[in-house]
Design a protein. Sequence first.
Lengths: 79, 239
Amino acid sequence: MDVEELIVLSIAIFIILCFIFVESTEVFLVLLLLCLLASFELAGFFIPKEAKSVLKSMIYLLLIAFIFIVVKKALEVLK
Amino acid sequence: MNRKLAAGIFLLILGIVTGFIATLNANQHLLNAGIGAVVIGTVLIAFSFAKESSEHLILPYHEFLKKVAAFMEIKKAVYIPPFEGFPDGAVFLAASNEFEIDLARLDKGNIFVSGREKESGILLEAPGREIVKKFEEFAEVDLKGYGTAVSEICSSVLKALKLARDVEIFEDDGLRIAIDGVSFGFCSDECRLIQCPICSSVLLAATKAIGELIAVEEIRIGEGIEIRAKKLGGIEKWM
């Protein structure tokens, strides 16, 4: 098994564990963001350039979702 | 389509469908499953498009050879089947379009061939010669005299080595070689003068199988690679 396969496998295992233990979609999305950020930081060296650009786009999408979640929660608290 | 890409597309579609059903039923847990499948699918697809690391190894040498060819004002690449002193064949990079090769004069230790402008050029052992050895190892035959049927051997070995998907060789007054699914992404029309090990291996196998010298006329890059080459006659003609 090469490094690329290990990276994909780690991400998949983390997502499956999140799916099993987390009910809320908001928490699930935040955990996905953390997973991708951690993978990018820890294994970035082994991730090919083409895959990096796709992963970055996914991170940006999840970041937008994260901002929405934070704003939504902040508005709930303020109300 | 490779397995990673197929699995990625399957997961992506499954995730979208699951997410859609989950949204209709207002089921958060199912929605999480859909999002998870979409993320894993996208990661798989992203990794399936990644270039092979071999490309990073080959590219600097390929660029270097291109610079040497530009410096020497090379006009044509001629593939020579095995002859005395070159058991694996060779490639002569001619400095003139109206080149003349005297095979009897060529020496393995003499890379730069000098003389009249028509005779000068660079003599190299073809970059794809080690892959040609793999072709012979696979087919358990010497490729000499095999003819255009050698394309099937090239196809099988290059596919097994994950270097290309399909090779076809058509013979008329010249040669037309089609190579599909090449794993290198740097192929361009400029490769007419200097070929990468994949194209070089197919050209060397063809020259060996046909038993004639081959001059590369044109390389077109479309969905695959199309090489047009001219047959120049057997070894005896050039001795």
